[in-house]
Design a binder for this molecule. Structure first.
Ligand code: PLP
Length: 396
């Protein structure tokens, strides 16, 4: 073939999530959207905060249109980068400057750029199962090798397993909390231990190992749960952030990379981030939305809506007899399948128009993911079908 074979394969085999998402559209046309229970994709169901639309309207009315829609600096508008740095400093007691911030079009770009910036060909990047499936694509695209660390039974980090996976070829580790697909949040104690392990390994091997925190769900946590900020535990850290979920703006493609100001080699890493952005063509993140972010930096969506969905779904499914990991954040429920093969289970659920994602590609077998970022009424109407499904399994 005279084209890039890997790219062709990725383009021709849609991810299992996209496959189900497309199926939902087709099936809706056949039986009506109300009769299809699409729990496949993490598209936020809560409206963006009011201040976002007010700001867009205001900007369009008052700003010079040419300036508003023009290219910004490659790494982003200085005022926006300052607003991001100030917000991080206020919330986490740090001292970032605009020169630690690189604006991106979402977490996917933040990750691809960061990985390209730190990985040399053949170096290893550790991911914690279950993990967002695209990590494999992003790491391999940067020339890296994916190394999986298995979870504990409650989908937390198994620190012993993690330690055993680090070697002299390890260059980076990705941590994602609140987690897609499990919804778990890694507590401060775990993050501290993980960072202590990394520090010891850096000393043992005399090299830098970068900790990359992928944080599109940081603000989506329930009750009093807090998400530790990695920069407070480990100097060689990079935060990949996105406003896709916290402001419900996934289609607008806006996020950032923050390089820890206390990183010894931080200036060079930031320059490598700029260079990787250039290599990948990820420069000048969407201008209008950079201006929106500058003015809405501390806004967030109403998380109570997701919490109510979590409670309704988790309480009902566990009552019916399903085994679920209780999510503390994000908007996913990780459910043990009623037969070994998650794909077969998902197919059987599909027979009832319940679209749930088999999680083999997320690095854990025997689970499906239910994205509960849907209308509460959809969950309410889906519950009898989940009940029917488990009843049928119990009968055979
Ligand atoms: N990382 C995780 C864990 C995600 O779940 C997603 C999207 O669902 C992304 C990254 C990509 O986010 P974005 O839409 O901001 O590119």
């Amino acid at each position: 073939m005279e084209i890039n074979e890997k790219a062709y394969k990725l383009g021709s085999n849609r991810s299992v999530i996209r496959e189900l998402f497309e199926y939902a559209k087709k099936r809706s046309a056949e039986v009506g959207a109300d009769n299809v229970f699409d729990f496949s994709i993490g598209n936020p169901s809560v409206e963006p905060p009011e201040i976002v639309s007010q700001t867009i309207t205001e900007l369009l009315k008052t700003e010079n249109a040419v300036a508003l829609h023009s290219y910004t600096s490659a790494q982003g508008d200085p005022g926006t980068r300052k607003a991001v740095a100030d917000s991080i400093n206020r919330r986490f007691g740090l001292n970032l400057s605009p020169d630690n911030i690189y604006m991106t079009c979402g977490a996917a770009a933040s990750l691809t750029i960061s990985l390209k910036a730190v990985l040399n060909p053949g170096e290893e990047c550790i991911v914690f199962a279950p993990f967002f499936t695209e990590y494999t694509v992003f790491i391999e695209n940067a020339g890296g090798v994916v190394v999986q660390s298995k979870p504990t039974d409650d989908m937390q980090i198994d620190l012993d397993d993690f330690k055993s996976k680090i070697n002299k070829n390890t260059r980076a580790v990705i941590i994602n909390s609140p987690n897609n697909p499990s919804g778990v949040v890694y507590p401060a104690e775990t993050v501290k231990k993980l960072c202590d392990i990394l520090k010891a390994k850096e000393t043992e091997y005399g090299k830098t190992i970068y900790l990359i925190a992928d944080e599109p769900y940081r603000e989506l946590v329930y009750e009093s749960v807090t998400v530790p900020y990695v920069m407070n535990y480990y100097d060689d850290s990079i935060v990949c952030y996105s406003f896709s979920k916290t402001l419900s703006l996934p289609g607008e493609r806006i996020g950032y990379i923050a390089v820890n100001p206390n990183m010894k080699d931080g200036k060079n890493v930031y320059l490598a981030v700029c260079g990787a952005g250039r290599m990948l063509g990820f420069v000048c993140a969407p201008s209008l939305f950079q201006h929106v972010i500058k003015r809405c930096i501390d806004a967030k969506v109403n998380v109570d809506v997701y919490k109510a969905n979590r409670d309704m779904l988790y309480n009902a499914l566990t009552e019916y007899g399903y085994t679920c990991v209780k999510p503390d954040g994000a908007f996913y429920l990780f459910v043990k399948t009623l037969e070994k093969d998650a794909v077969k289970f998902s197919e059987r659920a599909k027979g009832k128009d319940l679209l749930v994602v088999p999680c083999d590609d997320f690095g854990v077998k025997g689970y499906v993911r239910i994205a509960y970022c849907v209308a509460a009424d959809t969950i309410k109407r889906a519950l009898p079908k989940f009940k029917e499904l488990i009843t049928e399994y119990k009968l055979n």
